[in-house]
Design a binder for this molecule. Structure first.
Ligand code: HEC
Ligand code: HEC
Ligand code: HEC
Ligand code: HEC
Length: 97
């Protein structure tokens, strides 16, 4: 998954085949990842699927809104840890080609 907001990459681009990933993981609710917050509270049932994470998450954190790298890491890894499925080690996502 190429993210242009990171200018100079320290790691190989992470593996993430959107539709294939979400099929395999049986994720039907888009807002699990494409969330919407209002006054710091999650708005249930609303989705921001027409926006990139970087549209809201700047490189640096803003208050309780994590910076862009942390946003990906927290969202991706917390679900993998909770569901005990999916990669959590650096090299499993940032795979050298
Ligand atoms: C496991 C998390 C996850 C789920 C579930 C998910 N997406 Fe995504 N989606 C992403 C990520 C991550 C990106 C890349 C965003 C970026 O470039 O920052 C993305 C990108 C997109 C984009 C391109 C957005 C853009 O303009 O950059 C669309 C459209 C999209 N998703 C639609 C959907 C729809 C519709 C669903 C539900 C059927 C869905 N997604 C479910 C994680 C998810
Ligand atoms: C429309 C704006 C918006 C978009 C788009 C968005 N976020 Fe967020 N996100 C927020 C806000 C605002 C917060 C902070 C909520 C708070 O104050 O606690 C947040 C919080 C988070 C958090 C910490 C809370 C949690 O859910 O664990 C993570 C992780 C996160 N976002 C990841 C992502 C990822 C990954 C994407 C892209 C798939 C994304 N966000 C897209 C606005 C957005
Ligand atoms: C809400 C839960 C959830 C979120 C969020 C999530 N994943 Fe996953 N992911 C899974 C599950 C479940 C699997 C195992 C699927 C299976 O059974 O093969 C998985 C598997 C994977 C795999 C292994 C190959 C594949 O496609 O099955 C990769 C790579 C991966 N995830 C990357 C990511 C990245 C990168 C993100 C963040 C942008 C992310 N995941 C967010 C649940 C999630
Ligand atoms: C679940 C998958 C996943 C895991 C595990 C993971 N990352 Fe990432 N990481 C991502 C995604 C997605 C991005 C967004 C950019 C991309 O696609 O490479 C990212 C971005 C980054 C970036 C910013 C872009 C760059 O290359 O400079 C760095 C640095 C990074 N990760 C380092 C790490 C390190 C170090 C670890 C282990 C401690 C790690 N990541 C573990 C998915 C992951």
């Amino acid at each position: 998954m190429k993210v242009d907001a990171f200018e100079k990459l320290e790691r190989p681009i992470s593996a993430f085949d959107h539709d294939d990933h979400n099929d395999k993981a049986a994720l039907e609710d888009c807002s699990v990842c494409h969330h919407v917050y209002e006054d710091g509270k999650l708005v249930e049932g609303e989705s921001s699927e027409d926006q990139a994470c970087a549209d809201c998450h700047t490189l640096k954190a803003q208050g309780s809104q994590p910076g862009l790298m942390m946003a990906y890491h927290r969202q991706c890894k917390s679900c993998h840890i909770e569901s005990k499925k999916g990669p959590v080690a650096c090299g499993e996502c940032h795979v050298k080609k």
